[in-house]
Design a protein around this ligand. Sequence first.
Ligand code: S3P
Length: 430
Amino acid sequence: MDRFIKKAKQLRGQIVTPPDKSISHRAVIFASLANGSSVIKNFLWAKDPLSSLNSMRLLGVDIEITETKEIVVHGKGLKSLIEPDNVIDCGNSGTTMRLLSGILAGQSFFSVLTGDDSLRQRPMKRIVTPLSLMGATVIGRDGNRLPPLAIKGGSIKGIDYDMPIASAQVKSAILLAGLFAQGKTSVSEPYKSRDHTEKMLKSMGAELEIDGNRIEISPLREELKSLDISIPGDFSSAAFFIAAASLVKDSEVLIKDVCLNNTRTGLMDVLINMGANISVINKREQAGELLGDLLIRSSEKLKGTLIEGNIIPRLIDEFPILCVIASQAEGVTVIKDAKDLRAKESDRIKAMTTELNKMGVDIHELDDGVEIKGPCKIKAAEVYSYKDHRIAMALSIAALIADGETKIKDAECVDISFPEFYNLLEMLQH
Ligand code: S3P
């Protein structure tokens, strides 16, 4: 489905942020391993977390959905999963495939994980290598590099593993396998990535020791305790509205219930540094995560900046929208050390460079990022989402400040993480 978006006069009003995608995945997956019934409120009803829910059902977990859309997961303990009678379809979701691989490495049965055209092109060696070192058999296409993955595990042992790149999905896969391993498992990453797995597993009684970027997990002495969680709002979804309100003139938008976990909010630090007008109000805690409301007013003037190093994992999913923001900043913005963006739902470096070029942005591709010279006058164009939800949303925000009407091809992919995106965008326009 294509979307047509015209220049916006102003954005005004308030929205509630949709539930966090990363936390929704983890809640339904981890609750499936617990002993007892877990209640998950405010689950993200979007394609990606539903891939995790359906996968856990295929592994024999009894998951109930109540009339009020709460999820009740009837977990029967760490050893309760059963051999699926079909391949597990992870859809578009790298999180589902990589986290499940960690769990399946601990099972003595046979399973196969596959996904859509995009997921079957995403690199899996990063999990195949550590899980094989632990003793699981994990094989895939193209020399174990690509899905589908076939897994047969069972008696696995703990390892000390240095991850070559920061990745919460890889870290989580190893830690989950560690729950089933003999002996302790440790994992170190070059920069700290999102820590929802550590937080949630700890709250369920897992023994985790965290020392800087190194995490050690011990095999469980008892079963994991069930969860009672209300999922906080997704900063990565809020990011599109933070950008929209900052870029569209005369705007004032209140974004409610945003999870402000420090491993996720790099974009806010960058934007404040660039001169954006953002206030955090009503800070509180929910489900062990920091939560707040964000009041965004249009930015008077933004200045270009350099984004590199350890902030990259803290804004990895915000790269597409950051490119749009940088196009309106005065001077040069460089984003580097972010080569892994080429291995997301699309090659996000190439996608944003190609599509923003069509809209008149002075953006150049680097091997590991981009260079953007602003401010640029944005013009409407026919642009492509690459069936990548974050590309579609970022281009939609660019369209709000473009002269004319922009056509976004294959825009329905926003359903992966944010089905309400276009409704909310329309609601704020006056
Ligand atoms: C995620 C981790 C990140 C992120 C993805 C969600 C997670 O991926 O890009 O959208 O939920 O753990 P990587 O671990 O590959 O960096």
